[in-house]
Write a new protein. Structure first.
Ligand code: TIU
Length: 223
């Protein structure tokens, strides 16, 4: 099917497409988590939760595989480079106890995906130690097994984990599409710049479209 995306239409087949929802975790979206510890206002990110929920529901209805990622580390921090943990002066560091448990540690309440976007039974959940979802994970093996060719991206934050993962995917030969209203940044100017740089130069990293456009083309194909 053809999506009227930017910078030009994207031809994709739902059977070989997956939606990757990046890091919609309490640690980035709720007060007292990792995002807030870095000095960010998390309310901006909360606003996209309903749109991401709509995109997930539409993809599930169209038979598109939904994959969720979580940025988090082992409790012993063996997969957290000291350079990541010790950088800057956050109010809480990775592994420190906070209001949602230990910050960015797998299994802690803060590392969980927000309840509105909870993975459905059987959906793949990738725990990742880096900003990119391919680094040190099984994501590439899952996508190879599934025969995936096109990836739709949503989640947070646009210019950090979403853009990093899109660049990793683009270099691995996937067609990448970003749902521009299902992603958000703590910095509106960074979000706008990331969207522009992704679709510049003839979709150098990938395509962009709004969630409504994606859902309409999926529904039309269904009908
Ligand atoms: N998931 C993700 O984007 N991790 C970050 O640390 N993002 C920030 O913008 N800090």
């Amino acid at each position: 099917m053809i999506l009227d995306a930017r910078p030009f239409p994207l031809d994709f087949d739902p059977a070989t497409t997956a939606l990757i929802v990046i890091d919609m975790q309490r640690d980035f979206i709720e007060p007292g988590g990792f995002g807030a510890s870095l000095g960010n206002d998390v309310t901006l990110l909360q606003a996209i939760v309903p749109t991401v929920a709509d995109l997930i529901a539409g993809c599930r209805a169209a038979g598109i595989a939904v994959i969720h990622t979580r940025e988090c580390h082992r409790p012993d921090l063996a997969d957290c480079p000291p350079a990541k943990r010790l950088r800057g002066s956050p109010s809480l560091r990775i592994g420190d106890p906070g209001p949602m448990g230990r910050v960015l540690i797998m299994g802690e309440p803060g590392a969980e995906i927000v309840p509105e976007l909870a993975p459905a039974p059987g959906e793949i959940v990738i725990d990742k130690p880096g900003k990119g979802a391919f680094y040190a994970t099984d994501l590439g093996a899952h996508l190879a097994r599934m025969g995936t060719r096109t990836l739709i991206f949503a989640g947070v934050t646009t210019e950090v984990c979403v853009q990093t993962t899109m660049r990793e995917a683009n270099d691995r030969g996937f067609d990448c599409l970003l749902a521009t209203d299902a992603t958000e940044s703590y910095f509106p100017a960074f979000k706008a710049a990331a969207i522009e740089m992704i679709r510049a130069q003839g979709a150098i990293v990938g395509w962009t479209a709004r969630t409504g456009q994606i859902l309409r083309v999926l529904e039309t194909a269904d009908a």
